[in-house]
Design a protein around this ligand. Structure first.
Ligand code: NAD
Length: 255
């Protein structure tokens, strides 16, 4: 794609965003890639190097030590090192100014919140808490609790990260909030998602079915590209969102 093509697409996306009444964002692992957190799929994705069974609930329960060793290294250590990037910060700024009506994420890394977003619909739960698989108690995931693996609750039960594993249902309240936000959106930004993980991947489809325009930001094509997306910006999130922000709110004012 040539530079003039990309410039024209950014201008078209900015027009859509400027005219939106309920702009909603749906983010995936790609928005955190520039913060140094690997994605699952796509170039450099974790599943090119690691066994995805680590995050299957049945395998985790049968092999807690093996699973936890990978989870602590791949997720908790990476999340602790990571900082929000310009893409997280633009979305947080748009939420604060009222430009962004809702933020739905599949991510579990807390980077939207750390960038300043206050209301985040966490479709796949979060890594901040551990949930006991025996008594259901939830406790913060601290370096101390994760020092000895597998971590155990006071009742002796196995702790699991409070995010959704493959084979588990999504948190019901988050799913309902995401469905409502998708149905109410007139423009949805879909950022850094392959669109292959269901039911999360049905969120942009719901928005599109309700008449929303879908603007996708992803350096690679995804399952949304050319079908669900009306406009694809083939850029990194940390490049595209600051560009859009400059269009919408130019430094020094102006149109
Ligand atoms: P995915 O890993 O399946 O795909 C990532 C997508 O991001 C790819 O399409 C890739 O092309 C794109 N991408 C890579 N770099 C990008 C960039 N700089 N800017 C924009 N896009 C970029 O991700 P998914 O669709 O979100 O689904 C995977 C599941 O993995 C989700 O359920 C999520 O919970 C989980 N996950 C989360 C994290 C995290 O919290 N950061 C990390 C890995 C996986």
């Amino acid at each position: 794609m040539t530079t003039p093509d990309i410039a024209a697409r950014i201008a078209a996306a900015a027009r859509l965003l400027r005219g939106a009444r309920r702009l909603t964002a749906f983010t995936g692992a790609g928005i955190s890639a520039e913060s140094g957190i690997p994605t699952f799929r796509g170039a450099g994705g974790l599943w090119n190097r690691h066994d995805p069974r680590t995050l299957e609930i049945d395998w985790f329960l049968a092999h807690p030590l093996e699973s936890w060793t990978v989870i602590r290294d791949l997720f908790y250590a990476a999340f602790a090192r990571a900082e929000p990037n310009p893409a997280h910060r633009v979305l947080a700024g748009w939420q604060a100014s009222g430009r962004l009506a809702a933020l739905i994420t599949q991510n579990i890394d807390d980077l939207h919140q750390r960038a300043g977003s206050r209301e985040v619909i966490e479709l796949h739960g979060n890594s901040r808490l551990l949930a006991c698989t025996r008594c259901g108690r939830r406790d913060p995931a601290t370096p101390e609790t994760l020092a000895g693996l597998p971590p155990r609750c006071g009742c002796g039960g196995l702790y699991k990260p409070d995010f959704t594993f493959f084979g588990e249902a999504l948190p019901a309240a988050a799913w309902q909030a995401a469905e409502a936000a998708a149905r109410g959106a007139d423009v949805m930004l879909v950022i850094g998602s392959t669109g292959e993980v269901y039911p999360a991947a049905s969120v942009p489809r719901l928005a599109a079915a309700g008449g929303a325009s879908i603007v996708e930001i992803n350096p690679e094509a995804s399952a949304f590209t050319g079908s669900v997306s009306d406009l694809h910006l083939p850029l990194k999130a940390g490049e595209a969102l600051p560009l859009l922000a400059r269009y919408l709110d130019p430094p020094g004012g102006g149109a």
